[in-house]
Ligand binder design. Structure first.
Ligand SMILES: *[C@@H]1O[C@H](CO)[C@@H](O)[C@H](O)[C@H]1NC(C)=O
Ligand SMILES: [Zn+2]
Length: 266
């Protein structure tokens, strides 16, 4: 009789573990089959807006590969040549190579080389100038969703945050076409940032509008793309490649303008 209790507890524990495993498998399968695209599912011509060559694979590889897995077309607009160390020319080419490794043809990649938009954390990019350039691209390519950084800019780089500010201002001033959605990449804390794939359960728990995870094969593809950025592959980048969650997971939220009503009222 005294065995009944431990056996019962063991069975309960086993059931719990099986249930958790089953849950994890379902989530994983959903994520891999593209069901995780969520609100991005219905988008026809999305634009990925980045600040520097290498942002596309350091931060957005899961979004890019997740969209292309679903045979979505994709445009990339990079707002600087990454000229901080005078490597602009080299880095332009690296961007094209990297995008091609990710499956985006060079004809879908645009790079802005503007004197007032240097790759420099100490230069505040002008929101109006940036908004105008982005707006022109949205109209030209009939973009119906823009994906970019959130207000944290993932790494906190002011150029990343400038993109968010430009898009927010376009959205809040009502300039962005109706039906063009804005998605921002969630900035997570430094602990989660380097959890790699172990951050998946945490990302799922928070239930984002979009949560994309890569399969092992796609992760290799993302790493191949990163290798195209030879000029950037210093030792700490290799560490980043190994541990960063952004190489495996992207969680995005649909951005809405919270200031709109106050703008209208005033
Ligand atoms: C590139 O853009 C064209 C339209 O110009 C589009 O049809 C195509 O699907 C895009 N390719 C990718 C891989 O996004
Ligand atoms: Zn960057």
């Amino acid at each position: 009789m005294e065995h009944v209790l431990p056996v019962g507890m063991l069975a309960a524990a086993l059931l719990l573990v099986l249930w958790l495993l089953w849950l994890a498998c379902c989530r994983w399968r959903d994520a891999l089959s593209g069901r995780s695209l969520g609100l991005l599912q219905t988008v026809r011509a999305p634009l990925l807006l980045i600040a520097h060559p290498d942002d596309e694979c350091m931060f957005f590889a899961p979004t890019i590969l997740g969209m292309l897995r679903e045979q979505r077309s994709l445009y990339v607009l990079c707002c600087s040549t990454g000229n901080y160390y005078n490597q602009g020319e080299i880095r332009k080419n690296e961007l094209i190579q990297s995008c091609s490794a990710l499956g985006i043809p060079s004809s879908n990649v645009t790079l802005i080389d503007h004197r007032d938009l240097p790759d420099d954390p100490n230069v505040q990019w002008d929101t109006n100038l940036l908004s105008d350039l982005i707006m022109k691209h949205i109209k030209d390519k009939k973009i119906d969703a823009v994906v970019t950084f959130d207000e944290g800019g993932v790494s906190g780089h002011p150029n990343h945050i400038a993109l968010y500010n430009a898009l927010r201002s376009l959205q809040c001033s009502g300039k962005i076409p109706k039906g063009c959605a804005v998605f921002v990449l969630e900035t997570v804390n430094i602990f989660r940032k380097y959890l790699s794939v172990l951050d998946l359960p945490i990302s799922w728990l928070y239930g984002h509008d979009v949560c994309i995870a890569l399969s092992g094969v796609q992760y290799k593809q993302a790493k191949e793309a990163m290798k195209c950025h030879q000029s950037q592959l210093l030792w700490f980048r290799h560490v980043y490649l190994l541990f960063s969650r952004y190489m495996m997971i992207n969680s995005l939220s649909l951005h809405v303008c919270k200031e709109k009503s106050t703008l209208k009222d005033s």
